[in-house]
Design a protein around this ligand. Sequence first.
Ligand SMILES: Cc1cc2nc3c(=O)[nH]c(=O)nc-3n(C[C@H](O)[C@H](O)[C@H](O)COP(=O)(O)O)c2cc1C
Length: 227
Amino acid sequence: MKIMKIILSLVMALGFSLVNLTAGFGAQAIKLPVPATKGTVSLEEALQNRRSTRKFANRSLELAQISQLLWAADGINNPQGKRTAPSGRAAYPIDLYLVVGERGVTNLAPGVYRYVVADQALELVAPGEFRPAVAKACNSQVWIGEAPVIVVITGDIKRSAAKNGDQAALFTHLEAGFVGQNIFLQAGALNLGAGVAGGFKDKPLAQALKLPDNDTPFMVMPVGHKQ
Ligand SMILES: Cc1cc2nc3c(=O)[nH]c(=O)nc-3n(C[C@H](O)[C@H](O)[C@H](O)COP(=O)(O)O)c2cc1C
């Protein structure tokens, strides 16, 4: 009887913690480690060494590196929810998707994830290996499918239009550029390599990533250890 009671209370406690874990982020959310605000590579060194990398070592990334890259790209850096990248009238039309390959990130299943900026978390969009589909949509650029992860910068011009009117498309594209350079510099500061591809077909890429209708892909950035 006593054992039954213990088992029952354990089951209840487990159920309660699972509910708590999923309450804030949705069922498939993965909280990322807290990003660092100090590093060992100077901004000047990261700028001096910035180069497109198209050859990646067959080595996984760590969740802390993913967290750092996404936070640097467009994460929150003040209590008012402002970001590492500037945004026209603070409309924040940019969304980031992370394509994780097989063994791409330690303790993270392959799939397409969306970066949930407000929670510094990842939300699973679709499980599975999507790098070949992304590479194919990028005019079959083979190197893109060889990186352990691919960050895709997308934008919702309608979200910007509410504040920026006729300039929404321009502002959203400009903001994507700021985010892309942040990724390049943070990758360099982590001694990782990053590349960028604007050569892709919109629709196949959007379909491969299961993007919502309003999100348009702007830039594809494979990241990994340099070969
Ligand atoms: C908007 C844009 C689109 C690009 N698209 C591609 C691409 O589809 N494939 C590729 O291999 N490189 C692409 N690049 C990278 C350029 O080829 C690269 O930045 C340029 O050759 C200079 O080399 P670096 O980045 O090493 O300095 C793109 C760069 C930009 C800014």
